[in-house]
Design a binder for this molecule. Structure first.
Ligand code: SF4
Length: 443
């Protein structure tokens, strides 16, 4: 594109296989909000709204119809190959198109996107550098003055260091894509949720997690009143706080709940919490329920102290059990997230199911241990991880060869976990008792 041409921005969220959720593209909505503020034409091409068929052709059509000259990819660990391959195809079909890659995976693994077809990789904390680039122009001079980007100069990639961690957003998200895509928005058996983010990164350092690497590894919190304002403004009654751990500072949770009650906001909330927090702070849970919290997602991860230590989870089996009980006692649904280790034995699979039944966990989510690039675990396992297509890096595929059974048997047992737990979720939801935390039976 020429220097004088006005930017016309298309933001792309690449689709990947998911049968459990279709969510709002919140990250891109922040970029769309920024473009709106700068008065730049901008649209979100959310591939989750479309079928897999004619995927590339549909994208090309969108670029042609909207006369877009700038495309921004939102990168996740499982879309690296798709993004680099699509960027290469687009550069051939639209030689003047400016290609930027940003998003969670670019923030941690920016070098993976420094290819011939990409013009800029955005890995900064916050959107200030992007605001400068969009408002001042796509020139080397402007790029050189920014933090947290990679750009080309004289045929070579220049890597600019990240700026300081951020503790807020510089603009509001433009939620047009959410309201437009509401028909297809869902979380398995839970309904449609708007997303909100009230903090950045995570103060813990579990070995398999790269959320903790975000924001230069520094946990920060947004202004609480701003968060409540946002909750009030969203034209939807179910909100999922996608913070890595919303329940971290008890006084902040208390202040949030009190403000929600004071303003008479009637919405239901879902949020992540750690087992140790819920185990140690049952007194905050009645207030959380009163304010509208119903779903708490707890990374229980494992049922043995040994494995929890392996993951550097800094929690224990006992805390997991107390967290489940505290939530159930307060009518809050404990959505137990488990990580299936590649070293799992047949007995481990059996014991996990026993644990789920014994502690009356209805809502469960199973992932397979995956050493994502950028995590502490990756350093340990990277030699065993070579040659994988990025599509497999989604926590539902084997990336490390199971040591106690064949890969086939491991996957069968992994699927069986779902077969033996998910029908009950469906039946209970059908009978309207999915959120009755005291019930133990099927209806
Ligand atoms: S798994 Fe959860 S608690 Fe652990 S580092 Fe990641 S976000 Fe934090």
């Amino acid at each position: 594109m020429s220097k004088k041409e006005k930017l016309r921005i298309l933001l792309l969220r690449p689709k990947y296989s998911s049968i459990v959720a279709n969510l709002e593209p919140l990250g891109l909505e922040y970029l769309a909000g920024l473009a709106k503020e700068l008065n730049l034409p901008c649209a979100i091409h959310d591939e989750f709204q479309y079928s897999w068929i004619l995927r590339y052709e549909r994208l090309c059509r969108a670029i042609r119809i909207g006369r877009f000259n700038f495309i921004g990819f939102n990168a996740n660990a499982n879309t690296v190959d798709y993004i680099n391959e699509t960027a290469a195809r687009l550069k051939k079909d639209f030689p003047k198109l400016f290609v930027m890659v940003g998003g969670p995976d670019a923030e941690v693994n920016y070098a993976d996107y420094c290819t011939d077809a990409v013009d800029l990789v955005y890995h900064d904390n916050g959107l200030m550098s992007l605001k400068n680039i969009w408002s001042r122009g796509l020139t080397e001079e402007v790029f050189a003055a920014q933090s947290g980007i990679c750009y080309k100069s004289g045929g070579r990639w220049v890597v600019k260091e990240k700026g300081a961690p951020v503790c807020g957003f510089i603009n509001k998200p433009d939620r047009t894509a959410f309201y437009k895509g509401l028909k297809k928005n869902f979380i398995f058996m839970k309904g449609k949720y708007a997303l909100s983010k009230a903090s950045f990164s995570c103060p813990y350092s579990c070995a398999f997690c790269y959320c903790t690497k975000m924001n230069s590894g520094e946990y920060t919190e947004r202004n609480l009143m701003e968060v409540v304002d946002e909750v009030e403004e969203i034209r939807h009654d179910k909100i999922w706080f996608v913070d890595d751990t919303f329940f971290f500072d008890k006084e902040r949770v208390r202040a949030f709940c009190n403000e929600i009650l004071k303003r008479g906001i009637k919405k239901t909330f879902m949020a992540y919490a750690r087992a140790d927090f819920i185990a140690a702070n049952p007194d905050i849970l009645p207030l959380a329920y009163k304010a509208g919290f119903r779903d708490i997602l707890v990374g229980l991860e494992a049922i043995s102290d040994e494995l929890l230590d392996d993951y550097n989870k800094q929690t224990s089996r006992d805390e997991n059990i107390r967290a489940i009980r505290n939530l159930q006692d307060n009518n809050l649904v404990c959505n137990g997230l488990f990580v299936i280790d590649y070293k799992a034995t047949r007995e481990d699979f059996r014991k996990l199911l026993d644990f789920i039944h014994e502690y009356n966990l209805l809502w469960v989510i199973f992932g397979i241990f995956t050493p994502y690039k950028g995590t502490d675990a990756y350093e340990q396992y990277k030699d065993q991880m070579k040659g994988f297509r990025s599509e497999l890096l989604d926590g539902t595929h084997i990336t490390l060869k199971p040591t106690n059974m064949s890969s086939f048997e491991f996957m069968m047992r992994y699927y069986m976990l779902h077969v033996l737990t998910y029908p009950k979720i469906m039946v209970r939801t059908l009978f309207g008792t999915g959120y009755d935390t005291k019930k133990t039976g099927w209806i």
